[in-house]
Design a protein around this ligand. Structure first.
Ligand code: SF4
Length: 389
């Protein structure tokens, strides 16, 4: 009897344990289901955030629908977040205000390669907007796929920018990046074709904008509605749309026959006065103390630094590239001709406190060589103007 009772007790215990296990499994399943349902019901989007007003508004409009947003900020070599000139320097501040995660993507060499020969050409300056936007879309698409987001948001406004924000350009960029119907542009949404987010009921057309063209009136009204104080100006910080900078970058690419310019060449373009002394040689003259210091920090081993000896004057950098491969001395580092050094030295004097009608001393410094001094007159303004890039 004792044995049977023990067996019965043991069976009952086992039954209880099984029931408890079933309950626990059931609860776990329910929890998983709830978690999965939650996962499925949270709509997620990746936004391209520039720090300007439009992308800020676009995100807020979508956030109002309960969509969870993460942002990508793209930095090209020509759009400096920290320069304080464009809107890009505000990007982190804006992400913080919006309460969203921010990932910064840096384009380097691949951007310089694209800029040499963009598939869809340039805008009014050296701006390859369609190819550039395609690279940005690709970065956003990659992040969307990685994070399991449902769509991409941009602050694009139909007809706002001639090259990249017209219906045809938007279609080209989507085709190039295979993001068709995945891009939600809240500001112009009602003027644009159906997106996947709308067909799935994730975005309501009537809640979206119908802005078109270059006026910023509606954006400023929306800024008020969303309590955005001090909305930034529309002017972007892309140097490639700047006419003077475009001439410099064109000159650089025209004189870089093989390969592409490097990041050091690009950084040099952003400072100083530039002069083309020959196909292979250019001169950059610092305009103030900070630029003089930057020039010094950007100099490479083959560069020559020129400074005025006895008067206050600029730092000048002479860079020679693309020595002909047929040259007998092609194995030597590229060097400027004596005539080019003389022109550079007299240009240094032109921007110094030295007397304009007398010979003055100028120091020539290069890595691996003794410093030397030459005597020259300041260059004539008319001669110099012809060399200016
Ligand atoms: S303006 Fe500059 S950053 Fe903007 S799309 Fe054009 S090339 Fe790219």
């Amino acid at each position: 009897m004792t044995t049977t009772a023990t067996t019965n007790t043991s069976n009952t215990k086992k039954k209880l344990e099984n029931t408890e296990k079933k309950d626990s499994d059931h609860n776990n399943n329910n929890n998983n289901k709830i978690a999965n349902n939650k996962k499925q019901t949270t709509t997620k989007a990746v936004a391209l955030l520039s720090g300007g007003l439009d992308s800020n508004l676009a995100i807020r409009m979508v956030q109002e629908l309960g969509v969870e947003v993460e942002a990508i900020a793209v930095k090209t070599p020509f759009c400096d977040f920290d320069c304080g000139k464009g809107c890009g320097h505000r990007v982190q501040e804006v992400a913080l205000e919006l309460g969203i995660k921010l990932k910064t993507v840096y384009f380097g060499e691949e951007y310089l390669k694209m800029l040499k020969n963009p598939k869809y050409g340039y805008g009014s300056g050296m701006n390859p907007c369609i190819d550039c936007r395609s690279m940005m879309y690709n970065a956003a698409k990659e992040h969307m796929e990685k994070t399991g987001a449902d769509f991409i948001i941009t602050g694009e406004v139909l007809g706002q920018r001639p090259m990249s924000q017209n219906g045809n350009a938007l279609k080209i960029i989507e085709n190039e990046t295979q993001t068709n119907r995945k891009i939600v542009r809240p500001l112009s949404f009602r003027h644009l074709p159906l997106t996947e987010a709308e067909s799935k009921g994730l975005i309501k057309r009537e809640k979206m904008g119908d802005i078109k063209g270059r006026s910023r009136k509606v954006q400023l009204q929306l800024a008020k509605k969303f309590d955005i104080s001090d909305p930034p100006n529309a002017a972007g910080g892309c140097l490639l749309t700047d006419p003077a900078f475009s001439i410099r970058i064109r000159d650089l690419y025209d004189h870089t026959k093989e390969g592409i310019p490097d990041m050091n060449d690009i950084e040099l373009l952003k400072i100083g006065r530039h002069f083309r002394l020959s196909n292979n040689t250019k001169l950059i003259v610092g305009r103030n103390k900070i630029e003089n210091e930057i020039l010094d920090s950007l100099k490479l081993d083959d560069d020559i630094i020129i400074e005025v000896s006895n008067y206050v004057g600029p730092t000048c950098l002479v860079r020679t590239k693309n020595r002909s491969s047929s040259s007998l001395s092609s194995s030597l580092p590229p060097t400027p001709s004596e005539k080019e050094i003389e022109i550079a030295a007299s240009t240094a004097l032109r921007y110094s406190d030295s007397p304009k009608d007398k010979l003055s001393n100028v120091r020539i410094k290069s890595v691996g060589h003794d410093e030397k001094e030459i005597q020259v007159f300041p260059i004539d303004n008319q001669v110099l103007d012809k060399l200016r890039i």
